[in-house]
Design a protein around this ligand. Sequence first.
Ligand code: ADP
Ligand code: MG
Length: 318
Amino acid sequence: MLGEFELIAKYFQRPARRAALGVGDDCALLDVAPGQRLAISSDMLVEGRHFLSTVAPERLGHKALAVNLSDLAACGAEPLGFTLALALPRADEPFIAGLAQGLFALAEAADIELVGGDTTAGPLNLCITVFGQVPPDQALLRSGARPGHDVWVSGQLGDARLALEVFRGRCSLPGSEFERVRQAMELPQPRLALGLALRGVATSAIDISDGLLGDLGHVMQQSGVGATLHLDALPRSAILQAQPEALQRECLLAGGDDYELLFTAPPSRREAVLEAGRQAGVAVTRCGTVDAGDARVVLDAAGRPLPARPRGFDHFRA
Ligand code: ADP
Ligand code: MG
C-alpha cells in the first residue's frame, strides 16, 4: 500500500522549473518579477457538490486546475505556480495517476508548475491555490465598469449547464452531442491568453463560474453600475440553440461552470477587444451595455425586458 510520502513523490513531485524551490521542503519559494504584484486565488472541488462521481480522474485533475486558472485569467494575471491540497478516501493508484495526468497536462499547457500542497486521507476533495503575477496598474478588477461601456463575453455560454441537465434527466441528447456538452462541463478551457491580451483594454472582468447574471451582478455591485444584456446576442453552441427557449435561457443566464470571461470596455476600444480575441484565439462577443443606476435588464429578441431572472448560484441558498 502506497504511503503518503511515496504517493507525493511518485505522482506529484517533479523537478522545479521556474520556481526557486518546489515540492519537498516546508515552503515553496517563487520569484515575482520586480514591480509586479502577486495574484492569489483558491478554489475547492468537493465530490457531489462540484463534480459527479462519474467524472474520469483525468478530467477531474484538469477541471480542478482549470477553474483556478480561470480566476487568474479574469485578473489578467500571468501564472507562476500552484499548490494542491488533496483529501483521498484511499490510495487508489489508477485514480491518482489519472488525476495527476489531467492536472499536469493542463499545467504544462498553461506554463504553470505544482510547487507544493498537502495530502490527507478523507472524503474526496481537491483544493488548489494558484499564484500569478500582474503589474499593479493592469490588473483586471470587478470594480472598473462605467456607464456607457460595452459588456462582452468570451467563447460560448450554457453548454456545461446543458450537460448537467442531461445528467439530471431533464433533457436528453444524442451521444455525440452529449459528449460535446459534457466536455464543456468537465474540460473547461481557462482564458488565460485572453486575460493577458485584455490588460489595458478591458475596464473590468470576472470569470463566469456561477452563471452570467450572478457574475454580472458582482461586477455591477463592485462598480456601482447597472447593465442591459441582449439575450439574442449571447453566444451559444448549435446544440444549445436547438433546445427549447426556456431551457436555453436558463443555461445561458443562470448556468454556471462556463469559465468564460465577462468583461467591459469603452466603445472606443471595440477594435482593440476584437484584436485581443484574435490574439488569444477565442471568440469575443459584445452582448450588452453598462448603465447608470443599479438595474439589471435582460432584453429579448424584440427588445422587451424579461421578467426578473433567477440569481446566480449560491451554495448556501440553492
Ligand atoms: P508539512 O508537514 O511541512 O506541511 P508535508 O509533509 O505535508 O509537509 O509535505 C511534504 C512536501 O510535499 C511539502 O513540500 C508539500 O508542499 C508537498 N506536498 C504534499 N502534498 C502534495 C500534493 N498533493 N501535491 C504537491 N505537493 C505536495
Ligand atoms: Mg502536511
